[in-house]
Design a protein around this ligand. Structure first.
Ligand SMILES: NC(=O)c1ccc[n+]([C@@H]2O[C@H](COP(=O)([O-])OP(=O)(O)OC[C@H]3O[C@@H](n4cnc5c(N)ncnc54)[C@H](O)[C@@H]3O)[C@@H](O)[C@H]2O)c1
Length: 247
């Protein structure tokens, strides 16, 4: 496959290596010194663009890809408020797009474990918390993965109905809310914990990413899957098909 990269930072470099390891060619690399445009995309004619840039760039890049009619895989996080807009843009252009706040296969299986655990533990008297830790250059909080984890908890845990990511001085979280706490330090790749706490005991589930390679491989699998397809997909909802088609 011919792939183009939007964003050549930490993830862009990992995606390049993962794509080459699966026999693909990187035909173009775009970053702030060489911005994505419909003309340049058309000239390189990639089968898909893989975007790992920054939140306020995503809508512009989607616009460019729809004009050039090139399918997309979007790994950039922190643009949840624009998801409906992007879905419409992709639909109107009759294009294919896979988005994912976490392209790691392990994290997506972790989400299923969290949903099952939440359903099981919902019958007992537990409180729930989520913590996420990332390197200090990460720009969004809470992480997109922490938000997906909170959705998995809310899907199964009956007494919790909302999430809180920030508290004011003097404010305590309400009993029906789940507090997500964020750590930004050093070079942590990504650690997410869900804790269930009662007066009698505590249960913690943790996913710890050891490198960025897992995210990059998932994004490349998604690019292989979306080329030639139409529609707007979330990686976590199509994980089995995506891996099945590309194993
Ligand atoms: N979905 C996942 O699995 C996953 C995994 C890791 C990181 N991320 C997300 O991916 C994004 C990138 O992460 P990173 O660690 O590579 O960040 P990074 O800061 O190392 O790299 C981002 C790159 O994008 C470039 N960029 C910024 N604006 C641009 C523009 N308008 N056009 C083209 N390039 C532009 C920057 O110059 C930089 O090289 C973040 O949103 C991060 O949260 C997602």
């Amino acid at each position: 496959m011919k792939l183009a990269l939007a964003g050549y930072g930490k993830m862009g470099h990992e995606v390049e290596a993962a794509a080459k390891s699966r026999g693909h060619e990187i035909v173009a690399i775009f970053d702030i010194d060489k911005m994505l445009s419909p003309e340049s995309l058309k000239s390189y004619a990639p089968d898909a663009v893989i975007d790992f840039t920054q939140p306020d760039t995503v809508v512009t890049n989607v616009r460019v890809c729809t004009k050039a009619h090139v399918p997309m895989v979007i790994g950039t996080t922190g643009w949840d408020s624009d998801v409906l807009k992007v879905r419409k843009m992709i639909g109107d252009a009759d294009l294919g797009c896979v988005i994912g706040s976490n392209f790691s296969i392990g994290v997506n299986l972790f989400l299923k474990i969290v949903a099952d655990a939440s359903r099981l533990l919902s019958v007992a008297d537990y409180d729930v918390y989520i913590t996420e830790a990332h390197h200090r250059t990460k720009k969004d909080f809470p992480s997109g993965t922490a938000l997906r984890i909170s959705e998995a908890v809310l899907s199964g845990f009956k007494s919790k109905t909302k999430i809180v990511a920030q508290l004011k001085q003097g404010e305590a979280p309400s009993p029906e809310s789940i507090l997500i706490s964020s750590i930004r330090s050093g070079s942590i790749t990504g650690t997410h914990t869900v804790g269930f706490d009662s007066e009698e005991d505590a249960i913690e589930l943790t996913h710890r990413a050891k490198s960025r390679r897992g995210f990059a491989l998932g994004a490349v699998h998604a690019a292989e899957w979306i080329a030639g397809r139409k529609g707007f997909y979330r990686f976590e909802e199509h994980l089995t098909e995506i891996l099945g088609d590309n194993s």
